[in-house]
Design a protein around this ligand. Sequence first.
Ligand SMILES: Cc1cc2nc3c(=O)[nH]c(=O)nc-3n(C[C@H](O)[C@H](O)[C@H](O)COP(=O)(O)OP(=O)(O)OC[C@H]3O[C@@H](n4cnc5c(N)ncnc54)[C@H](O)[C@@H]3O)c2cc1C
Length: 385
Amino acid sequence: MVDHRLSEEHEALRDSVQTFARKEVAPVIGDYYEREEFPYPLVRTMGEMGLFGLPVPEEHGGMGGDYFALCLALEELARVDSSVAITLEAGVSLGVMPIYRFGNDEQRATWLPKLARGEILGAFGLTEPGGGSDAGSTRTTAVLDGDQWVINGSKAFITNSGTDLTGLVTVTAVTGQKPNGGKEISTIIVPSGTPGFEVAKKYSKVGWNASDTHALSFDDCRVPAGNLLGERGRGYAQFLATLTEGRVAIAAVGVGLAQGCVDECLRYLDEREAFGRKIGEYQAMQFKVADMELRAHTARLAYYDAASRMLRGEPYKKQAAIAKLASSNAAMDNARDATQIFGGYGFMNETPVGRFYRDAKILEIGEGTSEVQRMLIARELGLPA
Ligand SMILES: Cc1cc2nc3c(=O)[nH]c(=O)nc-3n(C[C@H](O)[C@H](O)[C@H](O)COP(=O)(O)OP(=O)(O)OC[C@H]3O[C@@H](n4cnc5c(N)ncnc54)[C@H](O)[C@@H]3O)c2cc1C
């Protein structure tokens, strides 16, 4: 049976996040963005609303919802602003989920309730200065010295890693050599403030300017042996699983941005006049917005499909990559067309579409570039790696 109607719970969640985004985020986010400032009051409210614990069971302090609920919340946030959306997306898919999925009882008890309530933020340090797409080329090392891991190396572009709320970063590191000579990669939890763990000054970015992104360095950074997440040597499999799941969430962010462009343009087409008529009366403008709605709608169906397969426990790697690719294409194309519809005002940072334009590009890069998504789809079609 094909049924894309939302359940009552999902509908109610979407409505409450939509109200929050429109009433509390929209009026203030432009100023945070211009100041390149992390919007602490908004993130705290998102924590109080339970958004960081949406797919986490209640016994761990979460809302007991599912991953699709997270996607719906992300779509509604990104419809208004992508910086707050990515703060939630990375906070949950990269911060909370690895601990929930791979952590032992003690790690879950220590970290999940605070993460799920948004009292602290978690980050995921996979990408290194030497390469992100080839994520298995990790150079950071962790050596077991008695009952401690000693970590050395660096990470690049890590979201949520340097806020006042950041409580931990899970990092991938080479912990040895596999019998076949390859790198043994493991994941280790590094609490913020651990000596030897330095958070560099935040990057100056093209977009997502009210979100937090830093380079990290580890210089003889010592954490307890018990901070190993899951089994030793399972790091590669863990981050592949984390990224596959995360692709569905980031696809929801792209769909939100694409739909936000439609929202803004519908308003403007009915307001702006040229040559004595509303610009919405010109077919050239109507066709643009029709194409924008087409892209947002089809990309939404792609992420709904990936999410429903995920929730049914079916393979969904190909669908997740398709959703991520379709939504980032939709976001880029819609941001370009929305800016065109707004004319000169579209090039001004004061309009949301100016922000959407700057925020769209990263969706083709973060959490797997568009080339990487195409590689994944080709592999799932049986083509050689
Ligand atoms: C704002 C921001 C936030 C981020 N947040 C995080 C985070 O929280 N955690 C984290 O770990 N990372 C994070 N990243 C990193 C992000 O995931 C990487 O930037 C991304 O995976 C690409 O890696 P790269 O930048 O090293 O590019 P590269 O891997 O160097 O790629 C450069 C180009 O080469 C292409 N390419 C590479 N290999 C192939 C191939 N085999 N075939 C064809 N083309 C190829 C790529 O598609 C790309 O176009 C973030 C990045 C940004 C900008």
